[in-house]
Design a binder for this molecule. Structure first.
Ligand SMILES: [Zn+2]
Length: 182
């Protein structure tokens, strides 16, 4: 099974809301297997389909002793308790920023075979389920940071060796080169 390339911050697929899955077929199950394989290869705790360029509401997760996937997930928050701690993303590699999240979450969705499933998470697993569901809405964890933290995060991203972002003062022409054949 192939390990898929993970899209990095700056790729428009990461800020585009993903579509509902309507067909639970072999292709969907293959997508879940490939996401699993890629997550395992990258040693991450979660991976959403948009991160491999697929605009569908699917993610896989891998916590200390729970692993699984969810299709068309919807989150419920039992209680209002929050947690604040380091969070990272395979699409923003090597960088971690303290991010506030709800402490407890219940994620309801479907398996790739179309069976209803529910995942109850607290702590790190709850953080992961919120992070991955955000990906399906085109939201990145740095969007959840307060102003000061987000500013610091953007500075770190611009300075990262993998970044594809141009420095903010440089404007790139949206038009392709149309010179003749000289
Ligand atoms: Zn992520």
């Amino acid at each position: 099974m192939p390990v898929l390339p993970v899209r990095l911050f700056g790729d428009p697929v990461l800020t585009t809301p993903a579509g509902q899955v309507t067909t639970f077929d072999a292709e969907l199950r293959r997508l879940v297997r490939n996401l699993d394989e890629t997550l395992y290869d990258q040693r991450g705790s979660g991976l959403a389909a948009p991160q491999v360029g697929v605009g569908l509401r699917v993610f896989v997760f891998h916590d200390e002793d729970v692993a699984g996937h969810l299709v068309n997930p919807v989150l419920d928050f039992p209680g209002t308790e929050e947690q604040d701690g380091p969070e990272g993303c395979l699409s923003i590699p090597g960088l971690y920023f303290d991010t506030k999240r709800r402490l407890n979450v219940v994620a309801k969705g479907f398996t790739a075979s179309g069976d209803p499933v529910q995942v109850v998470g607290t702590g790190e697993l709850a953080r992961c389920l919120q992070h991955e569901t955000d990906h399906l809405d085109g939201v990145l964890f740095i969007d959840r940071l307060d102003r000061a933290r987000r500013k610091a995060a953007m500075r770190a991203i611009r300075a990262a060796d993998w970044t594809t972002l141009a420095p903010p003062t440089v404007k790139l022409s949206p038009h392709p080169m149309t010179h003749g054949y000289h």
